[in-house]
Write a protein that binds this ligand. Sequence first.
Ligand SMILES: Nc1nc2c(c(=O)[nH]1)N=C([C@H](O)[C@H](O)COP(=O)(O)OP(=O)(O)OP(=O)(O)O)CN2
Length: 343
Amino acid sequence: MHASCLLAGGRFEAARRVAGDEHRLQGLHGHSFRVLARADVTHIEQAELQAALAQVLAPLDYADLNQQLPQCDDLSLAQHIKDALNCPSALLLQSAPERGVMLENGTALHWIAASFEAAHHLPHVPAGHKCGRLHGHGFGVRIVANARQHSQAQLEAAWAPLFLRLNHRYLNDIAGLENPTSEVIAAWLYHALQDAGLQGLAWVEVRETHTAGSQFDGKRFRIWKEQRFESAVPFDSHGNYTGHSYLVRLMLTGSLDRTMGWLLDFGDVKDRFKPIYRQLDHNPLDKLAGVRDGHSQSVAEWVHAHLSPLVPELARIDLMENAHQGVSLLFHDDMRWPLLQGE
Ligand SMILES: Nc1nc2c(c(=O)[nH]1)N=C([C@H](O)[C@H](O)COP(=O)(O)OP(=O)(O)OP(=O)(O)O)CN2
């Protein structure tokens, strides 16, 4: 049994003034807002969800939000959109590249995105593994916390000293990061942020490359690996085809291998997916055995059927046709939470 969800996204440009502690938000300023909604397939169809979202966002586009809504801080805005949609199980609003909110099941979360640049090597990988060599990354970080307990400004303040400890360092030299996998870094950051007073911390995300990363929520680890493929799908009932540049995100959950410090090597996820990828990439998806009309939900189910015997930790598959449209299959309750937005 799994839950099947639809993902629909949108954007709008708007101006606002926000009352509150953050001085810079009090003056009139503008944003390129991004929204991602997740809804259960049993409640709505993809085109309907997309149309409903477009309808809700239209009056906000190129508008003065203070004229449209009694309150227009990120949380109020996200709540307004979620209420107007009337069906999403989760909603993510990004007001700037580095901050936003998430709503799900009556819980509101603030998040900030940050980055740091650092060198590392993984000391326990087998000889010849590329991550055993000294190398480095521009790491991405997302810090997510209960919005009742912490403002975005508090998250930024808690992150600032950690940035100084990590940026332009050799991570292996830092106590606790002797084996700096992204899972270990996520857990290290989680505990450091809690120690700094973020008692309402929900989870920490570390994006190691543009295609892979880890999350830690104090108990569980999740990792993801993304791949892109180019495929054709039927466009109408007359035999015409169209195409998409798909993004597939494979999310795994489980415990850490204590020696390796990871759940499963991102490279292994990619290798096990490779024979499946080859059947998807530069192919017509409706010709895959058992795939109905090349429909994304059917393709994601096909991927699961072929990949889960090879990757038992597989807990969720997101399949995006483009940045604004996709499906999410959840094989583990815990995977309902993290709503990831592509770059
Ligand atoms: N579970 C983990 N697996 C791996 C980690 C990790 O932290 N946790 N780290 C590495 C390496 O540091 C590596 O730099 C990143 O791995 P990978 O995603 O395989 O990198 P690629 O550049 O090959 O990514 P592609 O986009 O697929 O080319 C290895 N594994």
